[in-house]
Write a protein that binds this ligand. Sequence first.
Ligand SMILES: NC(=O)c1ccc[n+]([C@@H]2O[C@H](COP(=O)([O-])OP(=O)(O)OC[C@H]3O[C@@H](n4cnc5c(N)ncnc54)[C@H](OP(=O)(O)O)[C@@H]3O)[C@@H](O)[C@H]2O)c1
Length: 330
Amino acid sequence: MTNGLWNGILAMRAALSRTTEPVHFACLSKSGDVAVNQYLSVDDVVYVGISKAPHHPPPGQAYLQKTDTVRFSLQKHGDFDLAALRQLRAYLPYLFMPQMAEAKGRACTVAHFAQSLDGKIATATGHSKWIGNDENLVHAHRMRALCDAVLIGGGTLAFDRPRLTVRHVPGEHPVRVVVGRPDANYASLLHACDQPILVYGATASATDAPVEYTKLPVLSDGRVCSVQVLEALYERGIRSVYLEGGPTTTSRFLKDGAVDILQLHISPMLFGSGMSAVKLDPIVQVDEAIAFRTFTFEPVGDTMMFVGVPENVHQPVSAEPPSPAAPKSN
Ligand SMILES: NC(=O)c1ccc[n+]([C@@H]2O[C@H](COP(=O)([O-])OP(=O)(O)OC[C@H]3O[C@@H](n4cnc5c(N)ncnc54)[C@H](OP(=O)(O)O)[C@@H]3O)[C@@H](O)[C@H]2O)c1
């Protein structure tokens, strides 16, 4: 993707995040210039319709028609750069996560992981760098730049020592969120950038934790409810969250019905052993599996990424009522 196109997408994200109104019209020129709420009538323009009502661009121009909260259908007229249109179709839907979040009353999520052909995201010893290819790494950094926050579990923090910053593309670092313990080792995040580190967990607060810790109500299985994490993030103004694993955390979000979009990067490797990408309760019949309402397979360099909207998720485990004095410390 050219820098002009990427900067145009970032500018549209900034413009869209300033309002929650559903009706806008944005124009993106091939040079990356963006104008919101106005039509441009030059030939070299991709029209992006963001409107509840269908609109009809002038003949000879390409446009993306928003069909519901996250999907677009692409209609092409005339001679346009198909690679650029493909990139727009891949990334523009995520700009509408704030509107999705407003409708749901919680932050919305895109879960991402890179797995082998046999569904493993790490070896048995926890080694996972790198299952994905370079293009997938760039893609992950684009998604970090498009989301308000990135979220991982305590296991990934301990194994991978990630920074969770945007380094491979232009863009702002996201807020970093961890589900886990307040007394974990946060050095890799603390040294990476100044964005806040928010930690949500089920244990009592450690008074000297170097992060902002919030204890949430505990479910019957001893864990916190993913939806409550997303509601707490929403209260802080965070509308979109990129879930970067690991499998325990992503599986928990799936079980709680809290994964809105799944991005599963498939690498041409076979492990034959190791950590499974998803850990769910055993099912008996195929029709009990999590299915996908819509999905596509998108090229990522010389590999593929599955992108789907899950449905048929399991029912969340019931939570204890929230304690009136849920402690919170910095
Ligand atoms: N290939 C990939 O794309 C990819 C991506 C990410 C990670 N990984 C790999 O995944 C492995 C780590 O897997 P993992 O499953 O152990 O890691 P994880 O999901 O990152 O962390 C699990 C831990 O997070 C905390 N946690 C998560 N959800 C919670 C909840 N709802 N309530 C309370 N605590 C919660 C718990 O920590 P406590 O037990 O401390 O309370 C739990 O043990 C590493 O090998 C890493 O390299 C691979």
